[in-house]
Write a protein that binds this ligand. Structure first.
Ligand SMILES: NC(=O)C1=CN([C@@H]2O[C@H](COP(=O)(O)OP(=O)(O)OC[C@H]3O[C@@H](n4cnc5c(N)ncnc54)[C@H](OP(=O)(O)O)[C@@H]3O)[C@@H](O)[C@H]2O)C=CC1
Ligand SMILES: O=C(CO)COP(=O)(O)O
Length: 331
């Protein structure tokens, strides 16, 4: 079974390692030929997942067109801002019927299109798309620590195949047909994870964090439902599950960025010191655009977008949220 993973950052590399362990022959595509060569030689991705040996059946490459042409399953793990540009030159090489697993958590800049839609627009017809999301730090999956995720697709046969082919003794998947709910949960949680970091950076305590996560879940759910997703999906792995992980786990890049913001550092300075992606930075604005289109109020995302663009101080954002008119909890 040949599977191609596109994107050799931490998530693509961790998924490649997992797939190899459960029996796939894996092509791992880096956009940087030098990184592909270093991975072949050193048998590790020292840039993104150091000190973890790549299984022998992971084959690093920079020839994306050849790698996607030979695969019966493609796992897409490129950050949202690079997805369309990276896919377009090799999309023609993807064979009809290839199952596409979208592992990116974000929205396309400017259009604020969901990732499965971007992939669907660029790929040949007849390639079912399955969204993989949920609480899953790359370094834990790479180390084979127990992980549960959700696979969302409108094509039940495709999600069944992903459940079967990705299953491992420490990797458990649940299926759903709620693609919108799963993608909005996966993208939105990054914004709330930044906010949770801000709460920590400001030293606001555990009450504030618990309130933020709960109200963050409420507004994520409001948006997802307004866009056609289901309430129960956001209570699942790609909503509550990923919020719990990234709002409390120090390994979250979004959470880390929020801590630094809360401690008074400027966004540009924080980003200059980070090689890895924090998807929530771009997603905040996109979430607001989607909220405006759907006619729903998203107060935490609104404050975070304002903090991220430097218009509002993190403490002023907290006060603005606390001083909103009180209302019924279900709203
Ligand atoms: N890491 C994790 O724990 C998880 C991540 N995800 C999601 O997976 C996606 C990929 O993230 P992750 O692997 O963590 O990223 P990392 O931060 O680990 O690595 C960044 C990756 O993105 C590449 N990249 C950067 N800019 C562009 C661009 N403009 N076009 C194409 N590629 C680019 C880098 O390539 P280069 O080295 O050549 O610059 C590198 O491969 C994100 O959407 C993330 O939210 C989902 C679940 C878990
Ligand atoms: O999505 C993730 C885990 O589920 C990774 O979160 P960060 O991108 O914030 O590190």
């Amino acid at each position: 079974m040949i599977t191609t993973v596109v994107g050799a950052g931490s998530w693509g590399t961790a998924l490649a390692m997992h797939l190899a362990r459960v029996g796939h022959d894996v092509h791992l595509c880096a956009r940087d030929p030098a990184l592909a060569a270093r991975m072949c030689q050193a048998r590790e991705n020292a840039d993104y997942l150091p000190e973890l040996r790549l299984p022998d059946n992971v084959h690093p490459t920079d020839d994306i067109a050849a790698a996607v042409a030979s695969a019966s399953m493609i796992v897409w793990a490129v950050p949202s801002h690079g997805t369309r540009d990276m896919l377009r030159p090799s999309a023609h090489a993807v064979r009809t019927g290839t199952v596409i697993v979208s592992a990116t958590k974000g929205l396309e800049r400017v259009t604020w299109t969901r990732m499965s839609q971007v992939l669907g627009e660029e790929l040949p017809a007849g390639c079912p798309i399955v969204v993989l999301s949920g609480p899953s730090f790359a370094h834990e999956v790479a180390r084979e620590l127990p992980t549960a995720m959700v696979a969302a697709a409108t094509d039940a046969a495709a999600s069944a195949r992903v459940l079967k082919d990705l299953r491992g003794k420490r990797f458990r998947l649940y299926a759903t047909d709620d693609v919108v709910g799963v993608e909005i949960g996966g993208a939105y949680k990054n914004v709330i994870a930044i906010a949770a970091g801000v709460v920590e950076g400001l030293g606001l305590g555990h009450n504030a964090l618990a309130g933020l996560v709960t109200r963050g879940l409420a507004e994520m759910t409001r948006l997802a439902v307004a866009m056609g997703g289901r309430h129960e999906t956001l209570a699942g792995l790609s909503g509550l599950g990923d919020l719990v992980l990234t709002c409390t786990g120090a390994a979250s890049r979004n959470h880390h960025l929020g801590v630094e913001l809360g401690q008074g550092r400027a966004l540009a300075e924080i980003l200059a010191g980070m090689r890895m992606v924090a998807e929530g930075v771009n997603t905040a604005e996109g979430i607001l655009a989607l909220g405006a289109a759907a006619g729903v109020e998203l107060p935490i995302a609104e404050q975070m977008a304002s903090v991220l663009t430097g218009r509002t101080h993190p403490m002023a954002a907290t006060e603005a949220l606390m001083l909103r008119p009180q209302k019924h909890e279900r709203h």
